[in-house]
Design a protein around this ligand. Sequence first.
Ligand code: FAD
Length: 417
Amino acid sequence: MANQHYTLLIVGGGAAGVSIANTMRRKNSKIDAAIIEPSEKHYYQPGFTIVGGGEYTLEKATRNEADLIHPSVTWIKDYAETFQPDENTVTLRSGDKVTYDYLVVCPGLQLDWDKVKGLKATLGKNGVCSNYSPDTVEYTWECIKNLESGTALFTQPPMPIKCAGAPQKIMYLAADRFRKKGILDKFNIEFCNAGPGMFGVPFYAKALVKVVEDYGIKTAFKHNLVEIDGPTKTATFEVTDSEDKKKRVTKKFDMIHVTPSQSAPDFIKKSPLAAESGWVDVNDKTLQHNKFKNIFGLGDATTTPNAKTAGAVRKQVPVVVKNILKLMANNAIVEGYDGYGVCPLTTSLNTVMLAEFSYGGKVSPSFPFLDSRKNRLIWWWGKKVGFPMLYWDWMLKGITLDIPSKQSYNKRFTEES
Ligand SMILES: Cc1cc2nc3c(=O)[nH]c(=O)nc-3n(C[C@H](O)[C@H](O)[C@H](O)COP(=O)(O)OP(=O)(O)OC[C@H]3O[C@@H](n4cnc5c(N)ncnc54)[C@H](O)[C@@H]3O)c2cc1C
């Protein structure tokens, strides 16, 4: 490929990248845009929870990238490798260079499987499963389906991770599956979380304690998984006590669902676009890079302290598109993103608690007339049918569906009620 130039260049063709390209095309079809994306397959990752729970198929959660990128947008099928922001250039793994007027960086995050000793060697066998990869998610269902009794562990690493509720969502689906088979009392189910509580937003955390109690699930907080031995079915945790002292604890398991540690992709960490934390360094509200004004970032890859979710991407895309168009017209950019994120917590095989919140853990429901801590059948159908449609047929196609979330919550549903 010869060196190329685009008005708009996008790194990453996942939830954020495809949505940005297609939204921009709808706003101004004359802008020449390209996406750098190495993968032929595009996954609807929010569906992985219900694939692991046996309620959805991986096939339904997978589409060809080629069918999602509009033909007027150039697809550069390669990896972005390095950034030269002073020269408005991205260098690809092939060695080719692509220049741009405006750059959007959204390559998602990196799953650090290696942080747990022994995990890679045993993942996908010995009862060790994970919903966090398309390669391993179907094995989660195999484990849940085939187990008749024993100890089932569900782990959560230190934050940040994508969809912070996902480590416990699959636990409730497993517990409800066991209950429906009449074998729940034959299980010891334990939630081993590196963090200090059920959920980062206290409003929802309290409601989740009730869900855990209802299934008889045990909780082990400040338990960070550090090692797994598949053949002997043992998991070792580093446990931090109330005086901040650390010790190691080993637990036996019959199945263990592992959520891996997560961080910014390595090529971002070592780039001039990274903050000290390694994430793409952008303004929380405008999503503009803090140093390079013609660069924007969104999705899982950035420093913004929101819940890393596709729901956040849905709210970020219009802000980035609007701000790039404003820069093109020499206008001031806007602070349009309030940190919205959403976590549809699958509390059983037919109910979901729709947790929605924005920066600072402010409860921000799209439907403030409903108590969002309630486990509802309607959101289960949202999870199985409505949200995938919203993703494939609206967001990825560049159709902005603005459901305003309310930060002022209905007084009838305060924490005390
Ligand atoms: C188990 C699970 C459950 C989830 N549940 C929910 C949920 O219920 N609700 C919700 O809203 N969200 C959920 N999420 C999170 C959601 O899927 C992500 O937040 C969302 O996909 C982030 O979009 P993104 O575009 O930033 O990253 P991604 O969608 O991951 O896309 C990143 C893209 O960048 C590409 N890329 C990587 N490296 C490079 C490179 N060097 N050069 C070019 N391209 C590159 C990748 O191939 C990928 O296509 C869940 C995720 C998981 C794993």
